[in-house]
Design a protein. Structure first.
Length: 195
């Protein structure tokens, strides 16, 4: 951001006056809030921007993600006005996507597991988690796999597990996923794009 000599003198005078007045016991809360807003706007002006797509539904609304060049972290997410579908508007889920970034200090960063009928969470690693999921799927298949229906016809299906897929994968990825799920015998397969 370029600033003229006159603008620099005005800004210096305002800051100096504010500092002088702050020693007299005046409330400068509004001035501090305004200065903080200017700082964010300056950061947005100098940030690098990239377009993306919201991950929540099959509409695929456009997003503009502003990333701070110094820290490399996302500092703002807003709707893309040039996007042909959403034209800059976002639903509540899309507008809240900024909360999924690293800025949210309450975002889960580790695997937490709570055993059945337990009142406390345990921290686990991904290796344990993936093995547990595989074990539960295998146990469910061993217990609930139906090979023949009431008429005696071979059906090979598993009705105790369902899958609900995302709308943000490619056709090839979707095909591969459905083939794998069908190979496991799943019948209840749905997709977010259908909704």
């Amino acid at each position: 951001m370029e600033i003229s000599r006159r603008g620099f003198l005005k800004m210096s005078g305002a800051i100096g006056s504010g500092a002088a007045l702050s020693t007299l016991g005046l409330d400068l809360t509004a001035l501090k809030a305004h200065a903080a807003g200017l700082t964010k706007m300056d950061r947005l002006r100098t940030a690098s921007q990239a377009t993306s797509i919201c991950c929540y539904c099959s509409v695929g609304c456009g997003l503009i993600c502003s990333t701070d060049k110094l820290t490399g972290k996302i500092i703002n997410v807003e709707g893309d006005p040039d996007h042909p579908i959403s034209e800059g508007s976002l639903c509540a889920k899309g507008a809240g996507i900024f909360g999924l970034s690293e800025v949210n200090d309450k975002r889960l960063r580790k695997v937490l597991y709570r055993a059945p009928k337990s009142d406390r969470w345990e921290e686990k690693n991904w290796d344990w988690t993936l093995k547990r999921i595989a074990r539960l799927v295998k146990d469910s298949r061993d217990k609930n796999f139906i090979t023949r229906n009431d008429k005696g016809q071979l059906v090979n299906r598993l009705e105790s597990i369902g899958h609900y897929g995302t709308s943000n994968i490619l056709s090839e990825e979707c095909w591969t996923l459905v083939v794998a799920l069908r190979a496991m015998g799943l019948v209840y397969i749905d997709h977010q794009a259908r909704i």
